[in-house]
Design a protein around this ligand. Structure first.
Ligand SMILES: Cc1cc2nc3c(=O)[nH]c(=O)nc-3n(C[C@H](O)[C@H](O)[C@H](O)COP(=O)(O)OP(=O)(O)OC[C@H]3O[C@@H](n4cnc5c(N)ncnc54)[C@H](O)[C@@H]3O)c2cc1C
Length: 316
């Protein structure tokens, strides 16, 4: 059953989606957030680098965001949005339980799923001993022994970045192609050790993480940084025929600075448009989209008001 259309539906209630919902609800729009409740950083106990909230529990940050958006009337559906279609100027979003909601504007903030290197034990350490972002977790490992686990030849750049936080750094090639001669020389020039042995297991420890090599020997690290492959959760955007652009990370939905897609009335924000966006960037993108969406609705309302005022003006 379709109910009265919402002004805006936001699919995805992470940092980006909740930020958009808060601003739109404060703009007195009727907003629904449909959220499956699996934010990307749910494996990590704390969020760092978020101004005013540095070190806050990752779950508490979103809980506060939901409370704030709800305080201004945002409604929530805690489930997956399975399908979306556009008909007669409205978007229709169907949830996994079969409920269909309609809206005038749609914001997709569904994030990415991290596809981790397939090393036994690694997934269990994801978010604690094995992490992705030195800006988020580098400081807590400063001057400690750190590993950078390669997932592609480009991982040498991650190693050079992480070197900013510690000089005790090992680049774990782990079966990916050996670094090119120039890259190997640059790693050596910055004192970054090169470890070519194959890793067969990752184990957690009380203060870090241990890798086991095929020859049976082990190596301890405070943290291992790695770059998983981002799988964009962009099915709804494909279904709605939004334009995608080729990037080094594959096809990513094309958006302008406010998150507006090629489809009228459809916005996309946060990691689903940019896998490297941190929490504060996702919040900013959500906010920028909310401004643009509200202005687009105001523009439509002005047009409708002018048309209806014109049709009511008595002929002279
Ligand atoms: C291990 C780890 C640690 C991190 N630590 C930090 C940190 O310390 N500081 C920092 O700034 N950043 C950190 N990040 C990055 C942070 O996770 C992202 O910046 C942030 O999650 C992006 O927010 P988002 O709203 O775009 O996506 P997400 O937070 O992933 O939210 C997307 C939401 O959409 C929902 N969803 C997806 N598809 C559907 C659907 N079809 N229907 C309904 N709901 C759907 C998901 O369940 C999820 O709730 C970390 C990332 C990782 C992986």
């Amino acid at each position: 059953m379709v109910e009265v259309p919402f002004d805006v539906i936001v699919v995805g209630g992470g940092a980006a989606g909740l930020s958009a919902a808060l601003t739109l609800a404060r703009a007195r729009r009727r907003v629904l957030v449909i959220d499956a409740g699996l934010p990307r950083n749910r494996f990590s106990p704390h969020s760092h680098g978020v101004l005013g909230l540095d070190g806050e529990a990752s779950s508490a940050l979103l809980e506060r965001g939901r409370d704030e958006a709800a305080r201004f009337g945002t409604e929530f559906a805690a489930e997956e949005a399975a399908a979306a279609r556009l008909a007669d100027g409205l978007f229709f979003v169907t949830t996994a339980s079969g409920h269909e909601f309609a809206c005038r504007r749609l914001i997709v903030a569904t994030g990415v799923r991290d596809v981790l290197p397939e090393i036994p034990g690694l997934a269990e350490q994801w978010g604690t001993g094995v992490v992705v972002c030195p800006y988020c977790d580098g400081y807590e490992s400063r001057d400690r022994r750190i590993g950078v686990l390669a997932t592609s030849p480009r991982s040498v750049h991650q190693a050079q970045l992480v070197r900013q936080w510690s000089s005790d750094l090992v680049y774990l090639v782990a079966g990916t192609p050996q670094p090119l001669a120039d890259d190997a020389a640059a790693l050596a020039a910055r004192g970054i050790a090169l470890e070519k042995r194959v890793i067969i297991e990752v184990l957690g420890g009380s203060d870090g993480v241990t890798v086991r090599y095929r020859d049976g020997s082990t190596d301890d690290f405070h943290r291992i940084f790695t770059s998983p492959r981002p799988e964009f959760q962009d099915e709804l955007l494909h279904r709605l025929d939004a334009r995608f652009a080729e990037t080094p990370r594959g096809a990513v939905v094309a958006v302008d600075a406010t998150g507006r897609t090629s489809v009228d009335g459809l916005w996309a924000v946060g990691n689903v448009t940019d896998a490297s966006a941190k929490v504060s960037m996702a919040i900013g993108q959500g906010s920028a989209a909310a401004y643009a969406v509200n202005e687009d609705l105001v523009r439509e309302e002005v047009e409708l008001a002018v048309t209806s005022a014109g049709s009511e003006t008595p002929a002279s």
